[in-house]
Design a protein around this ligand. Sequence first.
Ligand code: ADP
Ligand code: MG
Length: 680
Amino acid sequence: MTAPSGEQPTIAPVTDLPGVGPGTAEKLERLGITTLGDLLLHLPYRYQDRTRSVPFDELAPGTECLVTGKIMASSISYGRRRSLLTRLGDGHGTLTIRLFHFSRGQEQSMQPGSWMRCFGDVRIGPNGLEMVHPEYRLHRAEPPPARAELTPVYPATLGLTSGRIRKWVGAALERCEDALASTLPNMEFADLMKAIQFLHAPSNDQDRINAARERVVLDELTGHYLVMKRRQALLKRQSTIALPSGPKLGRQLLKQLGFRLTRAQAKTTGEVLEDLAKERPMMRLLQGDVGSGKTVVAAFAATRAAERGCQTAIMAPTEILAEQHFETMSAWLAPLGIDVGLLTGRQSAPERRTRLEAIREGQDLVAVGTHALFQAGVEFRQLALAIIDEQHRFGVHQRMQLRDKGRLPHQLVMTATPIPRTLTMALYADMDVSTIDELPPGRLPVHTHGAAMSRRGEVIDRVRDWCERGRQGYWVCTTIEEDEENELNAAESVHAELAAQMPRLRVGLVHGRLPQAEKNAVMAQFKAGEIDVLVATTVIEVGVDVSNASVMVIDNAERLGLAQLHQLRGRVGRGSAQATCILLYEAPLSAVARERLAVMRDTNDGFKIAEKDLELRGPGDILGTRQTGEETFKLADLGIDRHLLPRAVELGNRLLAEDETTAQTIIDTWGRRDAEYASV
Ligand code: ADP
Ligand code: MG
């Protein structure tokens, strides 16, 4: 067989394999597989043990196993459903094989005296243990010993069975024998390829399987780190507009804020301003818990750009948040003579045109917006700084799209999901990190309680009492899937319910489907105290700032992850009043949900919560990447594998210093997609 794609068989398309046509290729693509290399890295998520035939007296119901026996009798039973029953014996006991669907040929082939080898689930039947529709094979004589390796089971998709995938993986393995060649001495699997081969057909040795998996994961994490490092190196060679300190508008801003900066705000602001003074583009992550006051730091940075006549783009993940940033920035910056504009996806055409013009002419020195700011047609006069709030919602791809005439602006990325240090070191290796590690003075930790759904009535009474005495509250509705429609229905019915139960209070409703103007109007009313209880979908999760709100109920809190719960709770406790958060849950709780709610009760510390969150999360749900659809890792699961991060960092640094070739090999293995933005 020829290798049409040259020396690198791993980048050959899957259609190179015999039996893979365009239809199959399309299905494989749904699994993220387009090349032979992707197939190699499509690792089994579990194994079937067909290495040993289990004697009939050792069979346990509920297990999946291989059995071998001699046919003793076979007959059709006419019970509630017709079925073909074949009785096997192996000298230790008997087992029934039951087929509901069978052909004439099958019926006749079950001849007493023949041997049968089956693989399937054992269950308890009407007459002892049985297997229903196992995979099976008939043999004239006693079949040979079972195979020596475990049988891989692959993540499959509609129309593609694990068995077919297994066949193609086998073919890809043959074609790519010497590819993916990174070699790391002093490990149980020095060659990456050896580890991969083993994982596709391992012996029944869990320790070695773990070692092989670890080897592959380490390669992947190191690959990610190396790509980040390379990007950082490229960035360092770029130049952008230096913004040294100017006519001291910053001092004026400080004076009119109405509060004093916390020590942490002053320190991080200093770090940002120092970066901005340089020609090298800033790439800084500003992390700070909900309510720690990150916006102020952004305002100082924007002011610095403005005093040099340069523009700042501030991007928020939702319209509500963009609107809020717009208001805050206008209030702070307009008095300094800095024009702030708002650009969202839902503005009218003439409105939009006016804004675009103001941005192009450089009249709007600060442009606040949603993803609309990324879109083609938005042209800045001189963009020097991009500030991105809540970066997990955007993802790296979009982050890199914002350039000005081919030049990268300084970038400040703000996140309220604190990221444990081991993670930032490895995953955000291309960024410098500033951390706001304290809250403004006078904040009281939110009191958090759990309440089972059976006490919902009581909770409603409590909220009514509080709000009748002047407090304001959120009632947050969640749904099982991330389904806007459902969430909306839930919110509407809760709104009706609360409005009926709280006749003396003003109950409002805000959700993602509301037209922008109405959303703004509702939020403005809530802010102004004209709404007492605001029923909301999780759209309020991010950033909304109403300092008088001191009560929050989260309906079906067991459905949310820790990060999201923490974000939501951060909406209250922003003023000086003691705030309360009630997590309403549907009993019985799963073990994980119980632990999540306990963490929420016990701490308000975002960093602790983030650590716990990592521990509790399911595979693949890393750092909220699911929300953005941005796939981060093929194999690594930070919940399980993060102990490997320090090793990946160390290894990556050593390779960069001593072994460029291996570094490049690893990047080529994992960084195909990342490499796009590595070429800044
Ligand atoms: P986040 O970090 O969650 O984005 P914000 O920037 O929205 O937090 O700030 C939360 C609230 O705290 C805002 O109302 C803001 O005006 C206020 N705030 C920020 N810094 C201080 C401070 N140093 N002293 C008092 N209040 C502050
Ligand atoms: Mg914020």
